[in-house]
Ligand binder design. Structure first.
Ligand code: GLU
Ligand code: MG
Length: 441
């Protein structure tokens, strides 16, 4: 008797407010029907902390039923990971049973933000996530930062990762050894906002799965070692009009940001303290968001400065080169404990507030805020970002504009989950705190 061929599974996934990708699988043979009707989902799942304990009470309790409906345009199928069955999944939306978007679905929130930006401002966001991670457990000999030898120690991890990401449609651009210990970075091409956020998740999942095949752990946690370098998620943003023409660049204006891009930046800078509650939403996020970490610590728009929270990126200055399409700004106060969809959604919402209010572009920060007096900082309108998760949550609580983007139920769940998460790790600090998060992220 011959054994039956192993069936392939396809998984419908959602990446939630804890930035964990969860889902349910069906057999490939049932995929056509499954694409239509999705799979069941549970509202209270949104209250899950990264450490599995659920926040209780939460707005949902044991009540209610939802559907996880796959997006056929967000298919990922990867066969390049050795000794694993195909990694086949679909980024999915959480809907009510009648198909309406569920108020707790962050992917639907991003879609709504994109639609509102198009309708209200005639702009489309093009985004790319640049993500850093560290390999744990490889037991490599030390190698210098950025060194060829640092990359070759990991071989064939790099080529396999690029192959798998290409197969997943993630358009890998650069794989590099970074500054931190056993730290790497993966940069993928720009895409429309929703595809870019999906892609950020896809990259994390593939990287972790591939590293595990080598017997290592890839962690994207904001700090794997309290004394070490942080792992950032840098979100690059640019705009086109509805015909796809680039509209971010204006050579005549400060920082070369177009008037509309400047107003968008102003909205982000204005709401930054509250935004960090979503983009840097964990306890160790604030070990990273410190001055002189090349991360982000102040409400600054900067040019060619890796301490700026919103950094205007350089372009090629070759004669004859048109920088208008590549020109972009980079949001640096994000990390992988944040949902990419929610992060991008709040950046777009904040930018849209700036556009609607026709805010003036913030001044391009000059000098190092950490070296300035309080009066000098105030003169440039520079505020410190929250210094801890409780401070970030308090900033969110104090910003009615940002709270107004969400349903009260969603916010109740978000605060409850984050408070529970803080409580679970309250007895941990330093190394133990970083280890706890690195084991999950
Ligand atoms: N590792 C830094 C961070 O935590 C970023 C370094 C860089 O500029 O790439 O964001
Ligand atoms: Mg980097």
């Amino acid at each position: 008797m011959t054994a039956p061929a192993t069936e392939e599974l396809a998984t419908f996934v959602t990446t939630d407010i804890a930035a964990i990708t969860r889902g349910r699988s069906i057999a490939l043979r049932d995929l056509d029907a499954g694409m239509e009707k999705g799979v069941g989902w549970v509202p209270a799942n949104l209250a899950l902390t990264p450490f599995d304990e659920i926040a209780s009470p939460n707005p949902f309790g044991s009540a209610g039923d939802l559907r996880l409906i796959p997006d056929p345009a967000a298919k990922v199928r990867v066969t390049a990971i050795p000794d694993m069955s195909p990694l086949h999944f679909y980024h999915s939306d959480i809907t009510e049973l009648d198909g309406r978007p569920w108020e707790g679905c962050v992917r639907s929130m991003l879609k709504a933000a994109v639609a509102d930006l198009e309708a209200a401002a005639g702009l489309r966001v093009v985004a790319a996530f640049e993500q850093e991670f560290q390999i744990l457990g490889a037991d490599w000999p030390a190698a210098p930062s950025f060194a060829l030898s640092a990359q070759r120690r990991a071989d064939p991890f790099g080529p396999l990762l690029v192959t798998a990401l290409r197969e997943a449609g993630a358009e890998p651009e650069t794989f590099l050894p970074e500054y931190g210990r056993d730290q790497f970075e993966i940069v993928c091409g720009p895409a429309a906002a929703l595809a870019a956020a999906d892609r950020a998740v896809t990259i994390r999942e593939i990287t972790r799965e591939l590293a595990a095949q080598f017997g290592w752990r890839a962690t994207f946690a904001p700090k794997a070692d309290p004394a070490g370098v942080g792992n950032g998620v840098h979100i690059h943003l640019s705009f086109t009009d509805l015909d796809g023409r680039p509209v971010t660049f204006d050579a005549k204006r400060p920082g070369r940001l177009s008037e509309r891009a400047g107003a968008f930046a102003a909205g982000i800078v204005r709401h930054l303290p509250a935004l960090t509650a979503f983009t840097a939403p964990s306890v160790p996020s604030y070990l990273r968001l410190q001055p002189h970490h090349w991360a982000a610590a102040w409400t600054t728009l900067g040019e060619k400065d890796r301490e700026a929270t919103l950094r205007i990126c350089p372009t090629s200055e070759r004669p004859g080169y048109d920088p208008s399409r590549a020109f972009n700004m980079e949001f640096r106060a994000a990390d992988a404990t944040a949902s990419p969809h929610l992060s991008l959604a709040v950046l777009i919402r904040a930018g849209l507030e700036g556009l609607r209010a026709n805010l003036a572009q913030p001044p391009i920060a000059k000098g190092d805020p950490a070296e300035m007096t309080a009066a000098e900082r105030a003169g440039q309108g520079i505020r410190r970002l929250p210094g801890s998760l409780p401070e970030a949550l308090a900033a969110l609580d104090a910003d009615p504009v940002v709270r107004g983007w969400f349903s009260p139920t969603f916010l109740d769940c978000y605060f409850a989950m984050k408070r529970k998460e803080s409580e679970i790790v309250a007895h941990l600090e330093g190394r133990a705190l970083c280890d706890r998060y690195a084991a999950v992220y």
